[in-house]
Design a binder for this molecule. Sequence first.
Ligand code: ADP
Ligand code: MG
Length: 153
Amino acid sequence: MIRNYQTNSAEETRSLASNLGAVLRPGDTLCLIGDLGAGKTTFTQGLALGLGLPPDEPVNSPTFMLLAEHPGGRVPLFHFDVYRLPDSSALYDLAFDEYLSGDGVVVIEWADRITDALPPDRLDIAFIAVSYDTRQITVMARGERAKEILSQL
Ligand code: ADP
Ligand code: MG
């Protein structure tokens, strides 16, 4: 199951992601794929809103810390950025599996770098910069729960 979206501003991308965030549950996993500046972090900001985090919650690329935890919403948000991770075995030190089976929503920027560590039931979300302000966003449901989420969008 695949859905295609086009957004024409960062605000539109946040709004799309916020709608998605509103239907997410603990244990859901979102894998964000796309080049630098494609909109992965912007999308995660919208997810945070949809999960009920306050609008002033700082959601940035956690590139230098690999993981940013955002408790305080309807469901906690665990935001990974694995751009600088040497390889997926390094996820072991981060207790990555415990986050996947934990009480929050897991979002992973640059998830295509750790494909062997990803759960089978997940949403893959690919971002392509079509122009300065336009992004093509493709949401692919992998697994039953992911299909259920996508059908609610
Ligand atoms: P990434 O995390 O993929 O590296 P970011 O979300 O940090 O990307 O950066 C995306 C940049 O592109 C931001 O500066 C954002 O304001 C800008 N932008 C412009 N148009 C869009 C759009 N339609 N969707 C998302 N971001 C956009
Ligand atoms: Mg980013």
